[in-house]
Design a protein around this ligand. Structure first.
Ligand code: PEP
Length: 251
């Protein structure tokens, strides 16, 4: 299995900044063959970054998608438009979208279906809040998010999804889950997927960790059995740190 290292640029970088940054990554990033690298710029920069990445090993993702194919949905972007812009992946259900934009499990489920129907590969985010962790509800929350999110997905599409476990308390806070804390949840997710879809398919699905990943903690995280990649926010905005993350060496 190739590990997946995805950079979420969030609402940072103008089109010109994104273009220059992507050019630098294409020129400098040395991607080991067992890894897949994805970057997710903001919508306005997608086409420009797609042109820069063309012919390189770096893939393009969007940060969000609407659940309908087209229509009177001012301000929204469909899966078909993202494919047209050059995206291969899309982040769905990021905790910032759940918390700040009211995205529910039901909406996220429809977004996953819409993305898959157009051949976009979702990076499907799940994760518990600090309050949920402190009351011992982490695994219940994760179970609910995964069950609801995947309930309408055809078996044949499951293999195109990567799941990102992103504890909300670790995103942008500098507090990373320890490799052991992350592995516990990743193993739980793998088991749940195994119960639902069988051992073979569950064994092939990539489960990424996200939450204050940086060049100093990536190696220990990636050394855990069920951690198959990382969704990186802040540290993906700097070429040096993203490059160090991509080049991690398992310990
Ligand atoms: C993210 O945006 O998905 C994320 C994990 O952010 P950060 O790495 O900054 O915590």
């Amino acid at each position: 299995m190739q590990s997946l290292l995805a950079g979420n640029w969030k609402m940072f970088k103008t089109v010109r900044e994104a273009e220059l940054f992507a050019r630098g990554l294409v020129a400098e990033l040395d991607i080991p063959p067992d890894r897949e690298v994805v970057v997710a710029p903001a919508f306005p920069a997608l086409c420009t970054v797609a042109a820069v990445l063309r012919g390189s090993a770096i893939k393009l993702a969007a940060q969000n998608v609407h659940d309908q194919a087209q229509g009177a949905f001012t301000g929204e972007v469909s899966a078909g438009m993202l494919i047209d812009a050059g995206c291969e992946y899309v982040i769905v259900g990021h905790s910032e979208r759940r918390a700040l934009f009211g995205e529910t499990d039901a909406l996220i489920s429809r977004k996953l279906s819409a993305a898959l129907a157009r051949g976009l590969k979702p990076i499907f985010c799940v994760g518990e809040t600090l309050a949920a962790r402190e009351r011992g509800a982490t695994l219940t929350v994760i179970t609910g998010q995964i069950k609801e999110g995947l309930k309408n997905i055809d078996l044949g599409d499951i293999g195109n999804i990567a799941i990102a476990y992103e504890p909300v308390w670790a995103i942008g806070t500098g507090k990373t889950a320890t490799p052991e804390q992350a592995q516990e949840v990743h193993a739980f997710i793998r088991n749940a997927l195994q119960d639902a879809y069988g051992k073979e398919l569950a064994g092939e699905l990539r489960i990424l960790y996200g939450g204050s990943v940086n060049s100093g903690n990536i190696a220990n995280l990636m050394s855990e059995k069920d951690i198959n990649g990382a969704l990186v926010g802040g540290a993906s905005l700097d070429a040096g740190s993203f490059s160090e993350i991509v080049k991690y060496k398992e310990v």
